[in-house]
Structure formats: C-alpha cells, structure tokens
Design a protein around this ligand. Sequence first.
Ligand code: NAP
Length: 279
Amino acid sequence: MPKSPDLATNAAIPCAGVIGFPIAHSKSPRIHGYWLSEHGIKGQYTALEVTPEHLPAFVQRVRADENWCGFNATIPHKQNIIPLLDGLTPEAKAIGAVNTVFKKDGRMWGHNTDAYGFITNLKQQSGPRFNGIKTALVIGAGGAARAAVYALKQHGISVCLTNRSTDKAEALAQEFGATTMAFDALDLKGFDLVINTTSLGMQGQPALHLALSALPVHALVYDIVYTPLQTPLLVEAQKRGLFTVTGLGMLLHQAVEGFSLWFRVTPAVTPALEQTVLK
Ligand code: NAP
C-alpha cells in the first residue's frame, strides 16, 4: 500500500530524505546515514514512498516544514517534480531532470547531481586514461543516459547513442548534439568508451551482450548498474583485457552535493563508505 507522505519529524533537527515509488531498494539512506554519523551531525535522512499522486502534497509539506532542508527524487519523480518547484539550476535545466531538491532564500530549487556523479566516478576510476577518451557509445536513452550524455558533451567527448526504442535515442541525440546507431546492428569499432545506462545486467534482468572484440584494446567499458557491482558486461570486458569502470561510485559521488546543501558539510567518498553501502 502506498503510504501518505507523512514527514513525521518530531524534533528540530535538519531533515532530508529520498522519495520514490517504489523506494525500499534505495541505498541513499545508508550513504547519508554514514555521513551524518561520521560528522556527528544530529540530522535525519529517510526513504519515503511517495506515489505520483501524492507528489504535489509532499512538496508542499516540505516547503512548509522548516526542519526539512530538501530531498532526493528518484523514479518516477525526476521529471514530474519540475513544475512543482520554484526554479532549476543550470544542470537540472540542461538535463531536464531533478534528483536533488534544496531550499534557498525561501524558494525550492531543483538540481541534478547525476552528471557530476557519472563523470567524477569515471575520472576517478580511469585516472590518466580519461584524457584519452574522445569518442563514447552510450547505450540507453532514459534518465541516466541524459545525465551521462550531458556530462560527456561538457567534457568535449563526442557521443553516439543507441537504444532499444530508436525514437528516444534520436530525440536525445538531437537535443544534445550526438549521433545514433541502430540497437540491433551495433558496431563498437573505434570507440574509446562504451557505457551501459540501461537496466540490462541488473539483478533479475537479462545481461547486456556486446560484440566487445570490435573495440580497440585501449577502450574502457563503464556500467552504471551497481547491483551487482561486477555486471556480466564488465566480467566479459575484463576477460578480454579491457579496462572497466563500475557504477557504485556514480551513486556515491552524486550524493555529495545534496548532503553539503542540506547539512552544510562536504562529505568524502571513501573505500569505507563503499564497503558500508555494499554490505
Ligand atoms: P529509465 O529512465 O527507466 O531508462 C531505462 C533504459 O533502459 C532505457 O533506455 C530502456 O530502453 C532501457 N532498457 C530497459 N530494459 C531493456 C531491455 N530489456 N533491453 C534493452 N534496453 C532496455 O532508467 P534510468 O533511470 O535511466 O536507469 C537505468 C539504469 O541505470 C538502472 O539500472 C539504474 O539502476 C541505473 N542507474 C545507476 C545510477 C548510479 O548512480 N550508478 C544512477 C541512475 C541510474 P527503452 O527506452 O527502449 O525502454
């Protein structure tokens, strides 16, 4: 049964949370809970199941409750929440989706930290290899793909898009200045980076199989799916000697800015945090 959006704050402490439908799977409470305790902050971060029909009432209640500093929004709210807010940051506007809401000067702002999380994780794991990435193939055209394409283009990387539903890939490519390739006739030849942004490879989903032998030996394979951390695609790429990038770091890095906006401390992404989230 979907819960009503009861904020249930009973003390004057800074509060934030994550809303989605469903939400039980979210790892965000673990991330923010870790940082709250690491920094000795008396604050609260909870996962709240909010249905699309309850979204306007939820936003109103956060607006009215001064303990609430903001929240994360996940599926299915990342786009529907936009008209309920007072303004968008340039990133949220360009990506067309909001994953982080914060209050400033009495107004509620929508921000997007997925692009930052995506590119920071890639830079951190790939190290000096990052500078050699000139061309990328992005598989998928959903919300995560939008953030990935935006971040890649911001770094001057030329992007080719492919998606099961061709119309979505074409629309996204047009919006961000990318090219497209047919999903059922993929040719990986010449790409420096291949990224899976679909849900294929996730626990309970079929694996994503690609003809990796066509990739140059220096190519990187990045899977933003993080359950499991080593997806079948990454295992296959490693067997071929390709450098791989896992997806959990994207989730951890996207959380940094929200925490800092709500609780006024910039937290660090550390191996200890990664282990806590993986448990
Ligand atoms: P979304 O907006 O629902 O998009 C899903 C994408 O997956 C679409 O491109 C969809 O293609 C494709 N897809 C789904 N099932 C498919 C199948 N059987 N065959 C081929 N393509 C299929 O979801 P999202 O928010 O972009 O998230 C996508 C994945 O990224 C999820 O696994 C999510 O957990 C992960 N993610 C990770 C992070 C992170 O921080 N690491 C952040 C966000 C998302 P169609 O358009 O044809 O339906």
